[in-house]
Ligand binder design. Structure first.
Ligand SMILES: [Zn+2]
Length: 486
């Protein structure tokens, strides 16, 4: 593949088509079903599906035999499924070597999602979740970077190969619409589409992060996730605190005590041994290497308030805390009025929504059972305590990188950025990678993305770093070319 030519092509299509399309996409509040129970009536999801499918279809005419289907299983979010046959291309323009067998037999699976996180508070004046703003080479708004761009970048990489007659393997693109809800619909679609997907020997996922915007970053692991609601109930109705305090124990205090059963309140370290794994030596080394590249950028990009400091000393240690150790976040509280409406009342109950990130190779079910036992056993004052946690999602640890792929990623990063590819685990979760890893143990994975410093997916001021996204697209084209030519 002629890299500068592909990069120029991608630069053009990003400016002329992808940025305008993502600008329209940001305006649509197509929140994931977990955040919009009436998503079907609201019709935002359908609008996005139609818009994405129309753009993709307009490009597929260039690939003989290609097809797109919006697959709809009953009572589930829709899924866009694209199939593009392989092509041997022009051997001279593909670097001379084209392996016919790879092009005919292999399948690349490219993945992304089109549903979004909810609004979240704290957007800077002039910015907003459904208000696209292009400023300083960044496109602000919800969902552009997580993960609306994935379909466009995936197809654009294939178009770049097509434009210069480079070989490519058969490719299927899967764009789901419930990732931000934990992908509950996806396993049904993967079963349903299994004969058409085949056995992918390469998966490309553009829903992950990057340590900086200066080189290509490969995600080597993802944490699992356990989400549940812990409720402590002490009264059947609220009572004047002058009458009840001193007699009725506070549900907040009991909640606090229960949380201390699972987490050291001084250090934030989880205390249940069942939540930890032995961190593999190669991942410990990668954390050190990533810390050497990033230095204090490991933590300095966080919008710390005042003089707030990180939780641990040492940048490699912080990376391991974020990627390989369990961590708790309390993400919502119920049972309380807003401060302006808070009277002197001893409240009947406290509910805390707990989001527990799990080490990549821990069985989520093990964590679920351990948490439920620790939180519900022998409650203080025999209060009514329930930890409602329907399921957990396993994390993912990448298989060892094949030599051809490592070489390809490095070449791509060097050519696009002038720096080698870098490796890091991610603290977030992509349930589909765990599913694929279990189903296809021999498959190679390129999990990467544009979620770098300050890009703030899920939070306020989310942005897509456009120059980086263009270079990333070119790197993906290079990997697809090398995959077909190996
Ligand atoms: Zn995402």
């Amino acid at each position: 593949m002629d890299f500068p030519k592909a990069a120029a092509f991608l630069d053009g299509i990003w400016d002329a088509e992808i940025i305008p399309a993502l600008t329209d996409y940001i305006r649509i509040p197509n929140k994931s079903p977990a955040f919009d129970a009436d998503w079907e009536q609201h019709g935002h999801m359908e609008k996005v599906v139609q818009m994405f499918a129309a753009w993709a279809k307009s490009k597929l005419a260039q690939f003989p035999g290609a097809s797109l289907e919006v697959v709809r299983l009953p009572k589930r979010t829709p899924l866009i499924f694209v199939e593009i046959p392989g092509a041997t291309g022009n051997p001279e323009r593909s670097g001379g070597v084209v392996s016919d067998s790879v092009v005919r037999r292999a399948t690349v699976l490219m993945y992304g999602h089109l549903d979004k996180q909810p609004e979240m508070l704290g957007w800077t004046d002039g910015l907003g979740p459904w208000q696209p703003v292009l400023k300083d080479d960044k496109l602000y708004g919800r969902g552009g970077a997580d993960d609306g761009y994935a379909l466009f970048a995936s197809l654009a990489a294939l178009l770049a190969l097509k434009e210069q007659g480079a070989a490519r393997a058969r490719t299927v693109i899967v764009i789901e619409a419930c990732e931000e809800s934990g992908s509950p619909d996806l396993p049904f679609y993967i079963d349903h589409l299994s004969p058409r997907i085949g056995t992918p020997d390469l998966v490309v996922c553009l829903d992950s992060g990057c340590g900086n915007y200066d080189q290509l970053w490969l995600t080597t692991s993802l944490r699992g996730n356990l989400i549940g609601s812990l409720t402590v109930r002490v009264l059947t109705e609220g009572v004047h605190s002058g009458a009840a305090s001193g007699i009725v124990p506070s549900s907040f205090r009991i909640l606090r005590a229960l949380l201390s059963r699972i987490e050291d309140q001084a250090t934030g370290r989880m205390t249940l041994p069942e939540l930890f794994v032995e961190i593999p030596p190669d991942r410990q080394k990668q954390a050190k290497d990533a810390a050497a590249i990033l230095g204090d950028e490991v933590w300095s990009g966080m919008p710390f308030a005042g003089s707030t400091k990180p939780m641990a000393d040492g940048n490699a240690e912080l990376i391991l805390e974020k990627t390989w150790r369990p961590q708790l976040a309390v993400t919502a509280i119920d049972g309380y009025p807003l401060p302006a409406n808070g009277g002197n009342v001893l409240l009947p109950y406290s509910t805390a929504k707990l989001s527990l990130r799990l080490p990549p190779i821990l069985e989520a079910e093990t964590a679920r059972a351990a948490m439920k036992t620790a939180l519900e056993a022998a409650p203080p004052y025999d209060a009514q305590v329930v930890f409602d946690v329907p399921r957990g999602d396993n994390g993912w640890n990448a298989p060892t990188l094949a030599p051809w792929l490592e070489a390809s990623l490095n070449k791509a990063s060097q050519t696009a950025f002038g720096k080698p590819v870098a490796f890091q685990g991610e603290g977030g979760s992509i349930p589909f990678m765990a599913m694929l890893g279990e189903k296809f143990p021999g498959t190679q994975f390129v999990v990467t993305g544009v979620l770098g410093p300050h890009s703030n997916a899920h939070g306020p001021n989310e942005f897509l770093h456009i120059p980086f996204a263009k270079k990333l697209s070119a790197c993906i084209a290079q990997v697809l070319a090398d995959h077909a030519a190996r």
